[in-house]
Ligand binder design. Structure first.
Ligand SMILES: [Zn+2]
Length: 139
């Protein structure tokens, strides 16, 4: 962070009377970014202004809360938890089979999943990569 030079300190700064850079004594701070200066040569009072710091937007590499990667990690954690507490062999998934909450499904494409919810002919299955809705009990 850029700070004002301390009072009584000398800074090399343009003097409006000398019309050139002079060593000037800081006599007072007038604001967070301003100070009064006194030219060493002509004793003229000048105003010192801090340059606005260049706004280089720091690109944060910290993933924001709720980012895709965070959600994915949470999902895998959920899947792992279900796998660890679910017993029983996976049932190969076909849309004609009837599943219930807690069923373990072996899907040819998505792998092993756990049925967490059933609405009508839809089963909501947590697969390792995502949660999916599949049809079941279709006759
Ligand atoms: Zn001067």
């Amino acid at each position: 962070m850029i700070q004002l030079p301390a009072v009584a300190k000398k800074v090399f700064y343009p003097c409006k009377k000398c019309e050139t850079d002079r060593y000037q004594v800081v006599t007072a701070h007038t604001s967070a970014t301003g100070a009064r200066l006194e030219c060493e040569v002509c004793k003229t009072k000048n105003t010192f202004k801090l340059e606005e710091p260049k706004t280089t937007r720091a690109r944060s590499t910290v993933p924001k809360k709720g980012s895709a990667s965070t959600r994915a990690a949470a999902h895998v954690a959920r899947w792992t938890e279900l796998r660890d507490k679910t017993e029983g062999k996976p049932t190969p998934y076909t849309m004609k089979s009837a599943f219930e909450v807690g069923s373990v499904v072996q899907h040819p494409k998505f792998g092993v999943g756990f049925v967490v919810q059933i609405t009508g002919q839809s089963i909501h299955v947590i697969f390792e990569d995502a949660e999916r809705s599949l049809v079941h009990n279709r006759t």
